[in-house]
Design a protein around this ligand. Structure first.
Ligand code: TXA
Ligand code: MG
Length: 328
């Protein structure tokens, strides 16, 4: 874990307008002073991210909410009490001064109070907002270790704070509270039923008009090796129909397969969604370095606890099966 000296150095980098690698409990962020337009511009350039794609502002405490949001609805206060610090981002109406670079030109701003002790220490010392998208190049997998940040963006960050492996492993839940209906923009560890239990009202799923829905690029949160999703029922027929040109391939399943096949490397993932989420990106990142032709993932249950994993796998996947003549 980063010590006080390293945190102080990161603070100096932020003040100087440089970018830093920052651990949070979800994934590592690419941090910049959220009030410094030049630093924010560097965030987009470093990631290769379109300027229309808004950034999340990280804060140390709920006391800072009103600095950034012009309205803090009752729902936000309830959710903040229940889940902050933690893996939840709220979209609220922005204060007029908040830079359009942060908001993708919209009237709203994404705010989150992270729980990771290194992020907390840095935010408290900084005293203002740190904009931090996930510290990966655009469309890539989010990094869940300091080494992965180095591999993604090494030369573009002034320093990377060590925070160990991210506990959650997937990006925060994003809830839009800027209109009359609370709308889920991105599922995460905190599930819709958990949010509804606090708000005592229905959370609406994303709809086409939702602003800047995360992961809108055709492939997002994706490894470089082509990833295909198949249902548990298709598993056997899929193995029977494999072509030699598909091999070697990696196969992520949640149950030990009943037979082996040469060239197929099995990875047994957890049956617990939280453990599965914790391991997913690191597993995919490591498979990317092993020269597989394809990565096949057994689809996960359609259940609120698996929603975030299901969402990320859908976005990472190529929409055709190997062996399909129409595959890209
Ligand atoms: O867990 C996380 O949220 C991580 C850590 C570092 O905090 N951050 C993260 O940031 O995943 P990023 O930029 O990779 O994803 C944030 C998503 C963006 O895809 C964007 O669409 C959405 O949040 N977002 C941010 N501000 C928004 C706004 N005002 N309206 C709608 N969507 C917004
Ligand atoms: Mg991201």
């Amino acid at each position: 874990m980063a010590n006080q000296t390293q945190i102080k150095k990161a603070l100096e980098c932020l003040v100087a307008g440089d970018l830093i690698g920052l651990p949070t409990e979800t994934v590592y962020g690419l941090g910049a002073d959220a009030r410094n337009p030049a630093a924010l511009t560097q965030v987009f350039l470093a990631k290769g991210r379109p300027f229309t794609h808004p950034l999340i502002v990280h804060l140390a405490s709920t006391k800072q909410l009103c600095e950034w949001a012009r309205e803090v609805p009752e729902e936000a206060t309830l959710l903040a009490k229940a889940f902050w610090p933690g893996p939840l981002t709220l979209i609220l109406k922005k204060q007029p001064w908040v830079s359009e670079l942060l908001t993708g030109g919209q009237d709203t701003v994404g705010l989150r109070i992270p729980a990771h002790p290194v992020a907390q220490a840095l935010l408290q010392a900084f005293g203002s907002g740190i904009a931090a998208p996930s510290a990966n190049r655009f469309t890539h997998l989010s990094p869940t270790t300091a080494q992965a940040v180095h591999d993604e963006l090494g030369s573009k960050v002034a320093c990377i704070l060590e925070g160990g492996r991210c506990e959650v492993g997937l990006e925060s839940t994003i809830l839009d509270l800027s209109s009359s209906q609370p709308t889920l923009l991105r599922p995460g560890l905190i599930t819709t039923p958990q949010l509804e239990a606090i708000l005592k009202k229905t959370i609406h799923p994303r709809h086409e008009q939702s602003p800047r829905v995360p992961g809108m690029a055709p492939v997002h949160y994706a490894p470089e090796t082509q990833l295909f999703l198949i249902s548990s029922q298709e598993l056997h027929s899929f193995l029977d129909s494999l072509h030699p040109q598909d091999l070697p391939l990696a196969f992520l399943t949640r149950q030990r397969p009943s037979f082996e096949r040469e060239g197929v490397h099995w990875i047994l993932m957890s049956e617990q969604p939280q453990q599965y989420a914790h391991d997913l990106y690191l597993t995919l990142r490591s498979l990317d370095q092993q020269g597989f032709k394809k990565i096949i993932v057994e689809a996960v249950p359609l259940d609120p606890d698996w929603d975030a994993i299901h969402d990320r796998l859908q976005k990472a996947a190529i929409k055709h099966h190997p062996g399909d003549p129409h595959q890209p």
